[in-house]
Design a protein around this ligand. Structure first.
Ligand code: PGA
Length: 253
C-alpha cells in the first residue's frame, strides 16, 4: 500500500531564526496524522539543525533540497549525504527544475545523486516535469519517460521502496497555474505506466508519486482525489502556516 507524502520545499526562503519559528508553529499544528500520511519539510541547509529541533517529537520529517554526489572532500560550497544524515535528514529533493534549469544539472548527474543518496540510506525525491513548450508540442510523456529512465538508471526494484517521484510541470511552478486535477492525473498515469515497464506492476503500484506546481489549500483536496496522485511538493504555500497545515491534513474525498 503506497503512502501519501505532503512536503514543503522552502527553497531559499526563511533565515534560520525564521525557519525555527515557523517550524515550531507548524509542529504545534501537526501533532498527529492519519496512519497513511507522511509530512516533510525541506528548509535550506543553514536551517536544518534548528528545524530538526523544532519538529522533534512530532510526525514531521526532515528533508534537504539538494546534496552533492561525492563522499567528501574539496567541493567548496557543497553539502554531503553524511552531513545531512548527521542532522536527522530523511528525504532529499533531487533534480528540482530550478536545479536543472539554473544550475544545469542533467539526468546523468541527478542519477548519480539518486544512487548515492540511496546507498547512504536517504530517500530521494526525484523531481521530473516538462516545460511549457514541451507540453504544447505534445511531448510531455516522452520528457518524463527520459527523465525517469535516466534518473533511475541502475536503481534496483528493491531500492524503489525508498524513492519518491515528484511530477512538477515547470510551467506550473510558482506561477499560480496549477495543472487541473485531470491534466495532472493523465501524466501521473503515464508515470505509473513507465514505472511499471521499468520495474513491474507491483513495484510501480507502491511508489509514491507527488504532484507539484502551485499546490494550495484551495486545490489540494481535488488533486489528492486523483487515483495516481499520492502527495504534493509545495513551494509558495508551504511558507504560509495555515494553508500548509491544511495541505498536510488534506481531506480525502
Ligand atoms: P510552487 O513550487 O508550489 O511555489 O509552485 C513547487 C516546487 O517548486 O516544488
Amino acid at each position: 500500500m503506497r503512502r501519501y507524502l505532503m512536503a514543503g520545499n522552502w527553497k531559499m526562503n526563511l533565515t534560520p531564526s525564521e525557519a525555527k519559528k515557523f517550524a515550531l508553529e507548524l509542529a504545534a499544528n501537526i501533532k498527529d496524522l492519519d496512519k497513511d500520511v507522511d509530512v516533510m519539510i525541506a528548509p535550506n541547509f543553514a536551517s536544518l539543525a534548528y528545524v530538526k529541533e523544532a519538529i522533534a517529537g512530532t510526525p514531521i520529517k526532515l528533508g534537504a533540497q539538494n546534496m552533492n554526489d561525492n563522499e567528501k572532500g574539496a567541493y567548496t560550497g557543497e553539502v554531503s549525504a553524511d552531513m545531512l544524515l548527521d542532522l536527522g535528514v530523511e528525504y532529499v529533493i533531487l533534480g528540482h527544475s530550478e536545479r536543472r534549469d539554473i544550475y544545469k544539472e542533467d539526468n546523468a548527474l541527478i542519477n548519480k545523486k539518486v544512487k548515492f543518496a540511496l546507498a547512504k540510506g536517504l530517500k530521494p525525491v526525484l523531481c521530473i516535469g516538462e516545460h511549457l513548450e514541451e507540453r504544447e508540442a505534445g511531448v510531455t510523456a516522452d520528457v518524463v519517460k527520459k527523465q525517469l529512465e535516466e534518473g533511475l538508471k541502475d536503481v534496483s526494484a528493491a531500492e524503489m521502496a525508498n524513492v519518491v517521484i515528484a511530477y512538477e510541470p515547470v510551467w506550473a511552478i510558482g506561477t499560480g497555474k496549477t495543472a487541473t486535477p485531470e491534466i495532472a492525473e493523465a501524466t501521473h498515469q503515464d508515470i505509473r505506466n513507465i514505472l511499471t515497464n521499468l520495474y513491474g506492476a507491483e513495484v510501480a503500484e507502491n511508489v509514491t508519486v507527488q504532484y507539484g506546481g502551485s499546490v494550495s489549500d484551495a486545490n489540494v483536496d481535488n488533486l489528492m482525489a486523483q487515483k495516481n496522485i499520492d502527495g504534493a511538493l509545495v513551494g509558495g504555500a508551504s511558507l504560509k502556516l495555515a494553508p500548509f497545515t491544511k495541505i498536510a491534513k488534506f481531506e480525502k474525498v
